[in-house]
Design a protein around this ligand. Structure first.
Ligand code: ADP
Length: 402
């Protein structure tokens, strides 16, 4: 059993590898960074040691193995090498845990095989996560490696929320159900919201709005997720940067039969060329707000559509929860775009929801309340920290395993 207090959190994407070394004694980050464009001609590693200047390496990283080895060398140069006794475990973000993985899990050959078995339901994400695990295990086979799943927090959803109303046997055969994603963020933010309010999470009902490039909402009752907006894949739910969110499945048949698009083309359309990008040609909310302000009609419509769907989910989750104590905005848009927060909550005073314009306009990296004192529902901005959540879950598991 390692006496180490540090966790290396790895988040392997199809062509990227993000990492943070986190010290659990104080939550500090001795180092962090990312490798981009793995497998391409113009690879880049950006390594940031705590308190030091960032170091950039421009070279080809043929695969994730080469990328992780380069990261290990950067860490070693700062005296933080993977062989350091300070390192207690490596925590891996894994997107899809299916129905089997509902909690952080120490990775064994059997666990890895099961994550591989889930590739058909997460073809874009799980293969990269698996590669990250394999190269990290090869580098430090003796160190505990833990998988923390994006879907796990949502596994508590009641069956009637997780089911699609389609043929039950067929759905079961192909594991078609609503899994939800961004779970580590929703879990972290729900708990951080309770802390901000000085309340026990057990007695608190929270709507969490994770609005990044991908976006999802969740309804959390007493710390337990009871509903979330993403489904079998991260396509369902809110309007996102490049994903459509909720759409009549009939649109797919129509585009295929009448529009002549192939299934792969429709997949690409709905996942990568829709959402804000599809509506106005931009997927960055900063640019959309700037254009809308300057009178651009397409950008203004994209903003209104985005907000409309957000409001629908606030209303729906209000009904799911019955009583709402807090609404928490998080991730890039949620933490930074005051006009989105204002528009999404405007006119909901009858529901006890209001936002104070002055509090809403304050820019800060801290969790903060933006609703007026009189409002029954606390509206808050709560910065997410998925890496810290992964590190905490990983550390707790490794210590529990003594
Ligand atoms: P990811 O899902 O990639 O982790 P983030 O949570 O970092 O995304 O969110 C990225 C998005 O946040 C950007 O595409 C942009 O739309 C939005 N964003 C970031 N900063 C601001 C800002 N100051 N104002 C409005 N939107 C912002």
């Amino acid at each position: 059993m390692s006496e180490g207090t540090r966790i290396l959190v790895l988040n392997a994407g199809s062509s990227s590898l993000k990492y943070q070394l986190i010290d659990m004694l104080d939550g500090s980050r001795p180092a962090s960074g990312l490798v981009e464009r793995i497998g391409e001609a113009n690879g880049r590693l950006l390594h940031t040691p705590r308190g030091g200047a960032a170091r950039e390496t421009l070279q080809v990283f043929p695969d994730h193995d080469a990328a992780l080895k380069a990261v290990a060398e950067e860490l070693a140069a700062d005296g933080l090498g993977l062989d350091s006794p300070e390192l207690a475990a490596i925590g891996h973000r894994v997107v899809h845990g299916g129905q089997r993985f509902t909690a952080p899990t120490v990775i064994t050959d059997e666990v890895l095989a099961e994550i591989r078995r889930l590739i058909p339901v997460a073809p874009l994400h799980n293969p990269a996560n698996i590669t990250g695990i394999e190269v990290a295990r090869a580098l430090r086979p003796d160190l505990p490696q833990v998988a923390v799943f994006d879907t796990a927090f949502h596994a508590s959803m009641p069956e009637h929320a997780a089911r699609y109303a389609i043929d039950k046997a067929l759905a079961d055969e192909h594991r078609v159900r609503r899994y939800g994603f961004h779970g580590t963020s929703h879990q972290y933010v729900a708990r951080a919201t309770a802390r901000l309010l000085g309340k026990d999470p057990v007695g608190l009902n929270v709507i969490v709005l994770h609005l990044g490039n991908g976006a999802s909402a969740s309804a959390v009752a007493g710390g337990v997720c009871v509903e979330t907006s993403m489904g079998l894949t991260p396509l369902e739910g809110l309007v996102m940067g490049t994903r459509s969110g909720d759409i009549d499945a009939g649109v797919v048949f129509h585009l295929h039969r009448v529009g002549g698009l192939s299934v792969d083309e429709i997949d690409d359309l709905l996942n990568r060329r829709s959402g804000l990008l599809g509506l106005c040609g931009d997927n960055d909310m900063r640019e959309i707000m700037r254009r809308a302000e300057a009178g651009d009609e397409d950008a203004a419509l994209a903003f209104r559509t985005y907000v409309h769907h957000l409001r629908k989910y606030i209303g729906a989750y209000y009904a799911v929860l019955g009583r709402v104590d807090a609404i928490a905005f998080t991730a890039g848009v949620g933490e930074n775009a005051a006009p989105v927060r204002e528009a999404a909550t405007a006119g909901l005073e009858e529901l006890g929801i209001a936002v104070d314009p002055e509090l809403n306009s304050i820019r800060s990296g801290e969790a903060r309340v933006i609703s007026p004192r009189y409002a029954r529902v606390t509206v808050a901005v709560v910065p997410t920290d998925e890496e810290l959540e992964i590190a905490q879950q990983c550390f707790a598991l490794v210590h529990q395993a003594v």
